[in-house]
Design a protein around this ligand. Structure first.
Ligand SMILES: Nc1ncnc2c1ncn2[C@@H]1O[C@H](COP(=O)(O)OP(=O)(O)OP(=O)(O)O)[C@@H](O)[C@H]1O
Length: 361
């Protein structure tokens, strides 16, 4: 049985004609960590509000353990939310903040204490139990918010950009803590972010949302290596995937500048003289002094273990990642070739992925 299920969920806000959530369908297994990622305004927060019950669906159903929760009051839905701004009570200590919800639910004092101590141990908050939130770091405050959620032992955890107020270093360590905590508690989680790196590093499965419409559902590897459409290909991956307008002609892809790339039978699903979008990630370009296209280095981004080169030849621009030679100079010329075994092709009008023959090169 699906642990959580969304069936044809729609949401249109009053006085609006556009669906902010448009036919959302998703089944989640118990213990899964689902990351919903999309740009600003894609409907991520709205979706969480529908799950909590803070907003009402226009149509559709949400089920938890097979039970329809459409009409269930927010307080009875058994979901716990962790917000980006922590939402801690400023006049209460760490201990009291973690305990607060249990007090409201009138749990016996002894049980409350056991749970606070358990959560504080897991989230390494034991030394801060008497401290007020204002005297703690952002990372510690977010850990209190998570502790407060886990003591509820809810059926479902919802996390709304919990790392977005933290600096880069804390974001990484708190992200790792959330992943480890999830493994330890096996808590079913829906985590919302606009950050594709968080999605790739944390998720069991990613749901990519744009303008309220699911673009793709898949594991991080599936999403990265087989983007379902142009939106997914360009939204996921850093630097942004290279895009080229191409025409397919007698086993060749013709780029702008009339550059012609010979391609094998892998590309045979393409129509003769058809126009397509070719997409290739920066790590799939390589130095090729014999047959490469000569490009000028416009900019060098040195990242320590790798370098990103911004290359140009007339109206052809692309980025290339290099891991071996890191000593490149702006203004120099290099010759590069494409590793077409990793290329993606999209329909120029619908932007949908076209499956190539994967076995052959
Ligand atoms: N209460 C509301 N009334 C009317 N429109 C709303 C309301 N809340 C959100 N919207 C609209 O719904 C769309 C989706 O907003 P939502 O906040 O869910 O997106 P989001 O992906 O969470 O964005 P962000 O990452 O910026 O928080 C936006 O166009 C927004 O303007």
């Amino acid at each position: 049985m699906n642990y959580v299920a969304f069936n044809h969920v729609f949401k249109t806000y009053p006085r609006s004609t556009k669906a902010v959530i448009n036919d959302f369908n998703l089944s989640i297994s118990k213990g899964e960590f689902i990351v919903i990622v999309g740009p600003s305004g894609s409907g991520k927060s709205t979706l969480l509000e529908l799950i909590c019950g803070f907003e009402k669906m226009t149509s559709g159903d949400i089920l938890i353990e097979g039970r329809r929760i459409n009409e269930t009051l927010p307080k009875d839905r058994d979901v716990a939310m962790v917000f980006q701004n922590y939402a801690l009570l400023p006049h209460l200590s760490t201990y009291e903040n973690i305990e607060f919800g249990m007090k409201l639910r009138k749990l016996p004092k002894k049980q409350r204490e056991e749970k606070v101590r358990w959560a504080a141990r897991i989230l390494q908050l034991e030394e801060y139990l008497d401290v007020l939130p204002k005297n703690l770091s952002g990372g510690q405050r977010q850990r209190i918010a998570i502790a407060r959620a886990i003591v509820r032992e809810p059926k479902l955890f919802l996390m709304d950009e919990p790392l977005s107020n933290l600096d880069a270093k804390l974001r990484e360590s708190t992200g790792n803590e959330i992943t480890q905590l999830h493994r330890r508690l096996n808590a079913t989680t829906i985590y919302v972010t606009h950050d594709q790196t968080e999605a790739l590093t944390m998720a069991d499965r990613i749901v990519i949302l744009n303008e309220g419409i699911i673009q793709q559902i898949g594991t991080p590897v599936e999403i990265y290596t087989k983007p379902a459409n142009l939106f997914v290909a360009t939204f996921i991956g850093k630097p942004r995937i290279n895009l080229f307008n191409v025409t397919y002609h007698t086993h060749h892809l013709i780029l702008s500048n009339h550059i012609s790339l010979e391609v094998g039978s892998r590309f045979s699903p393409l129509t003769e003289n058809g126009e397509y979008l070719l997409a290739l990630r920066a790590e799939h370009l390589y130095l090729d002094t014999t047959n490469g296209i000569e490009m000028r280095i416009q900019k060098v981004e040195y990242l320590g273990s790798e370098v990103i080169l911004h290359l140009q030849k007339d109206d052809l621009v692309m980025t290339m990642k290099s891991y071996q030679n890191l000593d490149y100079k702006t203004g120099a010329f290099i010759k590069v070739s494409f590793d077409l075994a990793h290329a993606h092709v999209f329909n120029k009008t619908t932007h949908e992925r076209i499956e190539l023959n994967h076995e052959q090169n």
